[in-house]
Write a protein that binds this ligand. Structure first.
Ligand code: ADE
Length: 232
């Protein structure tokens, strides 16, 4: 076992879907995977391995924010040999054209987190998606007729910003939406030469102040998971 995951070596597949919410991990495993087996319950951060169309795939909750997500990404890569990390999460829209229920792929992830300036001694690093997974996701979405948007996103350290309007600066530079993990995930994947991709559904809009209902979230979540599972 690793520090935060009680799985044995070989229990976790090379491709892992990463929702923030551990109960989402359970729902994904029970809804989409055949013969899912739970390999982790440490801190309630559930992880499962099963098969999808005959291919082995795992799904692991990460918690919210870069520090929590990176604990799981680091251990999955270093202790369990994971090669493809696919975040499936929600995000808040920063643009009028990015509507609630849209699916957004993060080509790159900006951040207000201090983590990378610590890592790079005050300099910036521009973390990007795996080109291979990105290209494949575009193909799968096209085949399934699921519309996608793609571009730069913000991984924020705060859900409740002190100044609500501060999002407008990011929006002016074309950032599509905000979530809290991708910048860290792409950075760690780059360091260890593995693939990472974030697929996000828009759950709320900072522009229009709309929010999806629980039913709407489930439906768009399904489309996003269908794309992610095909990347295994
Ligand atoms: N995830 C979903 N909506 C969000 C928001 N408004 N801010 C940060 N993360 C989010």
């Amino acid at each position: 076992m690793s520090v935060h995951i009680e799985a044995k070596k070989g229990d976790i597949a090379e491709t892992v879907l990463l929702p923030g919410d551990p109960m989402r991990a359970k729902w994904i495993a029970e809804t989409f995977l055949e013969n899912p087996v739970c390999y982790n319950d440490v801190r309630g951060m559930l992880g499962f391995t099963g098969t999808y169309n005959g291919k082995r795939i795992s799904v692991q909750g990460t918690g919210m924010g870069i520090p929590s997500a990176l604990i799981y990404a680091h251990e999955l890569i270093n202790d369990y040999g994971v090669k493809n990390l696919i975040r499936v999460g929600s995000a808040g829209s920063y643009q009028k054209e990015v509507k609630i229920r849209d699916i957004v792929i993060a080509m790159a992830a900006s951040t207000n987190s201090g983590l990378n300036t610590i890592r790079f001694n005050g300099a910036d690093f521009a973390p990007t998606a795996s080109f291979e997974l990105f290209q494949k996701a575009i193909e799968v979405a096209k085949e399934k007729g699921i519309p996608l948007k793609a571009g730069n996103i913000l991984s924020s350290d705060e859900f409740y910003a002190d100044e609500f309007e501060s999002y407008k600066k990011w929006a002016a530079y074309g950032v599509l939406c905000v979530e809290m993990e991708t910048n860290g995930l792409y950075t760690v994947a780059a360091k260890h030469k593995v693939n990472a991709l974030s697929i996000l559904t828009i759950s709320d809009s900072l522009v229009t102040k709309e929010r999806t209902t629980a039913d709407e979230r489930e439906q768009t979540f399904k489309e996003m998971i269908e794309i992610a599972l095909e990347l295994a």
